[in-house]
Design a binder for this molecule. Structure first.
Ligand SMILES: Cc1cc2nc3c(=O)[nH]c(=O)nc-3n(C[C@H](O)[C@H](O)[C@H](O)COP(=O)(O)O)c2cc1C
Length: 354
């Protein structure tokens, strides 16, 4: 157990989850601190490099959308060893999100349930923040993705136009379980219209974040959406968003489950998505990734990269560096010269719980 888990987390977890998040955001805005600490957290090794969706990632471990919704601390987050970060989700107009309480922890399960419903400063404010970070030259080192959402194709197109020049790629969030209107884009015809509206304009890679499936009909829909993304030239899909659950403790009475309980489903969905899309479309495995072993399992299932969020909340700023170190240790223990060889090789023995 690291210093964060034994010393800081018990204190941070005494706070209500959104207060703890506000404290973390305050700390992340002390940019000098994270620049200074990056020698400790940002573990780089050329063997971790991954090429996917036309982008070069220094590590396959990304921070998932939703941690830095306002895109205000992406530079600090990049200093923590993530191979890339996803800012947002950003909406076209400022939006307060759902009534509180809207986030809860399930510490025994290493999980969270959230029904945030997209609190967003709106696209204009996010654009100004990103412009500021770009002007300071703080976002050059690693790929930056920005997640966008909307209730109409026009909303998505407006967010895309405003933010694409400032990011390396955009991720379309059509899958939050907490926003009813988003579901229209889970209909293949509606998504197809949105993708063709974007295809004429876009200059940079595009990702689509899919909803997880729970039963046979939603599995068919998931596979149809994945195939549609591949045929429409989407560069990558993120598999997947949170799992809808009942949550009487939250004001909405339900929310999206994230964290460790999702891992096995994530791996299964990645296998199925890979079979559906073929080799051309990148896959980001998202849901329940905590360790180097989880990451390796996801890459073996067919993912190109992984994204995590809940593990960052539970394990703190060292989580990405620990996974990176764990992957390198595995390569060395097993005599594999590269990540690709580690992925392709037999699963010879237990991996460390990095
Ligand atoms: C508090 C919280 C807020 C989130 N907000 C977003 C969001 O704005 N956009 C999005 O695409 N996903 C959002 N997610 C989902 C995560 O990006 C991710 O898909 C999910 O948490 C599963 O990954 P994990 O198990 O590593 O947390 C959020 C998750 C959490 C826990």
């Amino acid at each position: 157990m690291g210093a964060y888990e034994s010393l800081l987390r018990p204190l941070v977890f005494m706070l209500e989850p959104e207060k703890a998040q506000a404290l973390a955001e305050w700390a992340l805005r002390r940019r000098w601190l994270w620049r200074l600490l990056s020698w400790h957290y940002d573990y780089a090794d050329p063997r971790l490099r991954v090429r996917a969706a036309g982008l070069e990632f220094p590590s396959p471990v990304g921070l998932a959308a939703g941690y830095d919704k306002q895109c205000q601390s992406l530079d600090s987050l990049l200093a923590l060893g993530f191979g890339y970060v996803v800012g947002g989700t950003v909406l076209r107009e400022p939006h307060p999100g759902n009534p509180r309480p809207r986030v809860m922890r399930l510490p025994k399960e290493h999980a969270l349930v959230n029904a945030l419903g997209f609190p967003s400063v709106g696209v204009d404010a996010a654009r100004r923040t990103l412009e500021g970070l770009q002007q300071q030259g703080n976002l050059r080192s690693k790929p930056l993705l920005v997640s966008i959402a909307g209730l109409s194709a026009d909303d998505f197109v407006a967010c895309h136009a405003a933010l694409e020049p400032l990011a390396d790629a955009l991720e379309l969030n059509i899958s939050s379980p907490n926003t009813q209107g988003l579901r229209i884009f889970q209909e293949p015809d509606t998504l197809a219209r949105l993708l063709s509206a974007l295809s004429a304009r876009r200059r940079k890679p595009l990702f689509v974040k899919l909803p997880p499936y729970a039963d046979a009909p939603s599995r068919q829909q998931f596979l149809a959406l994945a195939r549609l993304c591949a045929t429409q030239g989407v560069n990558g899909i993120t598999v997947a968003n949170t799992r809808p659950v009942e949550a009487p403790q939250l004001a909405m009475g339900r929310g999206g489950l994230s964290g460790r309980p999702l891992l096995e489903d994530t791996l299964l969905m990645v296998v199925e998505a890979r079979a559906a899309v073929g080799q051309k479309t990148a896959i980001n495995a998202c849901g329940g990734i905590y360790t180097a072993r989880d990451t390796l399992r996801a890459l073996r299932a067919g993912a190109d990269t992984v994204q995590l969020l809940t593990a960052f909340v539970y394990h703190g700023p060292s989580v990405a560096g620990r996974i990176n170190r764990g992957l390198v240790k595995l390569m060395e223990e097993r005599g594999r010269p590269s990540l690709a060889d580690l992925i392709a090789g037999p699963d010879d023995g237990p991996a460390p719980r990095a």
